[in-house]
Design a protein around this ligand. Structure first.
Ligand SMILES: Cc1cc2nc3c(=O)[nH]c(=O)nc-3n(C[C@H](O)[C@H](O)[C@H](O)COP(=O)(O)OP(=O)(O)OC[C@H]3O[C@@H](n4cnc5c(N)ncnc54)[C@H](O)[C@@H]3O)c2cc1C
Length: 376
């Protein structure tokens, strides 16, 4: 077991304080919220059980435009203009209308953190009473509380539905040293009946894994098998549950962002850019409250509606997620070849990018502040 950086022993001093905005969870979603509050004058406290960037939570693949839109290029490791899909009787190579990149998690989190201005504490969040958040170091309260804690939705109301009954997928990957040039996907029932396998090269390592849309299906054995089939070592495991259904983005006065709100896209399990996207949206609403431009209740209603307005594409992707495993392997290969037309692929991938488009990154008040200060 790796020893994660966090406060231990005597360093774990009591934490009892108020703040204007309390953001729980310092990964993609939480850091994006904090970024949008920079320069707002708010007393922002960000808490996570580990130091920022300490525990990688994904294969770290994202449309490259999101890295450039947020000024995170320094974290980029490798870029892909094509997607290679392996199916039992087919192998297709789709030319993408935009590139996809892998990045270094620690570097990206560090860069995002630099764009915010907040106090940071390591503490484990256990729950809340009203807007008082209980941590293993004490209670923290704020009028604006954000749950960016991932799929557990720890600040949700009442008992959470746990796997395997929750609408969750599961994913596991290994990170062997090695190199590759292709971003590859396996849609193959010999690995997983409903789901897919992947290999994402990232500089000097490969991220090889298997995700199952059915939470009851165990992915360790197929992950090992896929890595062995690719002659890669089965080392440095990373895995988690992955939500595949939108949930209410506000509840009891709390804002939920990223996996805690089910913002990870069904079918592809792409949850980084959506965590960033909804994080920016939430941060912008909170910023308006801090500036006195709207009430907390208005921010809750507006952010809730913004998240819910994306229900349609999420529903469609969930339908396709449920459909693909039902297609017989022979027909699947034929279908993959049939859609291999440049115009169609570009149209489909552009619609897919539109769900959480990188242009959104430059559209907020923070972008205006940055432009003004540079110009001055
Ligand atoms: C194997 C795998 C591979 C994936 N690959 C990709 C990919 O390549 N591209 C992509 O877009 N998506 C990918 N995903 C999905 C993606 O990882 C998530 O959707 C994304 O991380 C969600 O971001 P988040 O900030 O909402 O939550 P998380 O990244 O899960 O962050 C939650 C944060 O909260 C902290 N935390 C949790 N509980 C507590 C607590 N009790 N107290 C204090 N802190 C706590 C954690 O330490 C963490 O920092 C993958 C998922 C898995 C499982």
């Amino acid at each position: 077991m790796p020893r994660r950086a966090t406060k231990r022993g005597a360093e774990r001093t009591p934490l009892r304080r108020d703040c204007d905005v309390l953001i729980c969870g310092a990964s993609f979603a939480g850091l994006a919220v904090a970024r949008e509050l920079a320069g707002s004058g708010a007393d922002v406290l960000l808490i996570d059980r580990y130091e920022i960037g300490e525990r990688q939570t994904s294969a770290c693949g994202i449309p490259t435009k999101w890295l450039t839109a947020l000024g995170l290029e320094e974290a980029l490791q490798q870029t892909f203009a094509e997607l290679v899909i392996h199916a039992p009787r087919a192998q297709v190579r789709y030319d993408l209308p935009w590139t996809f990149s892998t990045f270094d998690y620690r570097t990206l989190c560090g860069l995002l953190a630099e764009q915010g201005s907040f106090a940071f504490e390591t503490a484990k969040v256990d729950g809340r009473t009203g807007l008082i958040v209980h941590t293993d170091r004490g209670d923290v309260s704020a009028p604006l509380v954000v749950d960016a804690l991932g799929w557990r939705r720890i600040l949700g109301r009442g008992e959470n539905i746990q796997p395997p009954d929750a609408l969750l997928s599961r994913g596991l990957e290994v990170h062997p040293f090695g190199s590759g040039r292709e971003m590859e996907i396996w849609i193959d029932r010999s690995y997983v009946p409903a789901g897919y396998g992947w290999s994402f090269p990232a500089g000097e390592e490969l991220r090889i894994g298997v995700g199952s849309f059915d939470p009851r299906f165990h992915v360790r054995e197929p992950t090992v098998r896929l890595a062995e089939d690719l002659e890669a070592e089965t080392v440095r495991y990373q895995g988690n549950w992955i939500p595949h259904a939108l949930r209410d983005a506000t509840e009891d006065g709390v804002f939920f962002v990223g996996d805690s709100a089910g913002h990870c896209l069904p079918l592809t399990a792409e949850g980084i850019r959506t965590a960033l996207y909804f994080g920016l949206a939430c941060g912008r609403e909170l910023r308006k409250v801090v500036a006195g431009g709207q009430t907390r209740e208005q921010a809750l209603a507006r952010y809730h509606a913004f998240s819910a307005s994306h229900a349609r594409p999420f529903r469609w992707m969930l339908r396709v997620q449920r459909l693909i495993p039902r297609i017989p392997p022979r027909a699947l290969g034929a279908s993959l070849h049939a859609i291999d037309r440049r115009r169609f692929i570009h149209w489909a991938f552009n619609r897919y990018l539109d769900i959480a488009h990188p242009d959104f990154a430059g559209a907020g008040p923070r972008a205006t502040v940055a432009t003004v200060s540079v110009a001055a």
